[in-house]
Design a protein around this ligand. Structure first.
Ligand code: TYM
Length: 327
């Protein structure tokens, strides 16, 4: 039996190259060796208030982008979280086993609650419990994520362990899988901050559907430093981040890249970077346009996938309910 991979992505804002390099490329590769389940997590999205129409449209856009990036709906399952009610129900059960102290340690909550001070919902605080439910419902072994989600996956594992130690083996213990390079792509406007799809500043992120001109303009404006050498030096966050993006899109070694730009200036490098990003995204953008030409196509894939995902989720939920004494 192949091991199970599960991961999720929020349909908030436009997917950007941080999502692509930190997570989506891994989702695609893992399909060769694992049984993969990928989820568009709209219940997580509403932890921060969303425009209802936009949320629904974004869920389809994210599905289209995942398909365009290479998720094969015949081999993998790709569904919308709220289509399977077991996610909310298991989240409630896990809520009753996760100590407040564990949640209070979550760095992402601290960051998000500082940013959305006026509307910090209980759901935002509880976000990791829902994420644990997502993962545990599918007997997940491996969770491919970027660096920012590692702490949440560890919490899911701790919650599973705690539940199992009280009620006996119920949940499989998941492990995070973080790429060696690209796990934390930084903002182009401020390379000390993680690139984020919810950040709206125009020079911050390259969106997967950005046209070539926009990509070029954003890269040419990206923050670097006052030095000259083009080297992978993590103490120079701006140029280091751009070089990392170049490395991941070109698939060339760091040594080769440094040799190529020896003696060249930042603007030559940025022009070359813009070209590899534009060419790297071109096939994805073309496939996306083809896939979305028929709007019913995506919905039929989502319905079929949810039907395939549901039996596993319901079986695991039934077991947890029985163990706790519900019903
Ligand atoms: P989300 O939607 O913020 O991001 C989706 C994936 O993209 C990764 N990522 C990045 N990787 C590298 N550099 C960046 N700047 C960058 N920004 C985002 C994220 O680490 C993530 O892997 N809570 C999750 C969604 C989720 C989930 C799950 C994930 C819900 N349930 C269960 C795994 C398993 C989130 O908000 O991801």
């Amino acid at each position: 039996m192949r091991k199970r991979v599960f991961s999720g992505i929020q349909p908030t804002g436009s997917l950007m190259i941080g999502n692509y390099l930190g997570a989506m490329q891994n989702y695609v590769k893992l399909q060769d060796d694992y049984d993969c389940v990928y989820c568009i997590v709209d219940l997580h999205a509403i932890t921060i208030q969303q425009d209802p129409k936009e949320l629904k449209a974004r869920s389809r856009e994210v599905t289209g982008l995942l398909l365009a990036a290479g998720i094969d709906p015949k081999r993998s399952i790709l569904f919308i979280q709220s289509h399977i009610s077991a996610h909310s129900e298991l989240a409630w059960i896990l809520n009753c086993f996760i100590p407040m102290g564990w949640m209070q340690r979550m760095t992402q909550f601290k960051e998000k609650s500082a940013k959305h001070r006026e509307q910090v919902s209980v759901g935002l605080f509880d976000y990791p419990a829902l994420m644990a439910a997502d993962i545990l419902l599918y007997n997940t072994d491996v969770v491919p994520v970027g660096e920012d989600q590692k702490q949440h996956v560890e919490l899911a594992r701790d919650a599973a362990q705690r539940f199992n130690s009280i009620y006996g083996e119920t949940f499989v213990l998941p492990e995070p899988l973080i790429p060696d390079v690209g796990a934390r792509i930084m903002g182009l406007d401020d390379p000390t901050k993680k690139m984020s799809k919810s950040e709206t500043a125009s020079g911050h992120a390259i969106d997967l559907l950005d046209p070539p001109d926009a990509i070029r303009a954003k890269i040419m404006r990206a923050t670097t430093d006052s030095q000259r050498e083009i080297r992978f030096d993590s103490s120079r966050p701006g140029i280091f981040n751009l070089l990392t993006i170049y490395h991941l899109f070109s698939r060339r070694s760091q040594k080769d890249i440094e040799a190529q730009f020896e003696g060249k200036g930042y603007s030559d490098f940025k022009e070359a970077l813009a070209e590899v990003v534009i060419e790297g995204l071109r096939p994805l953008q073309e496939r996306y346009r083809e896939l979305t030409a028929d709007p019913t196509h995506i919905d039929s894939i989502l319905a079929d996938s949810a039907a395939r995902a549901r039996p596993t989720a319901e079986k695991v939920l039934a077991e947890a309910r029985r163990k706790v004494g519900l019903g």
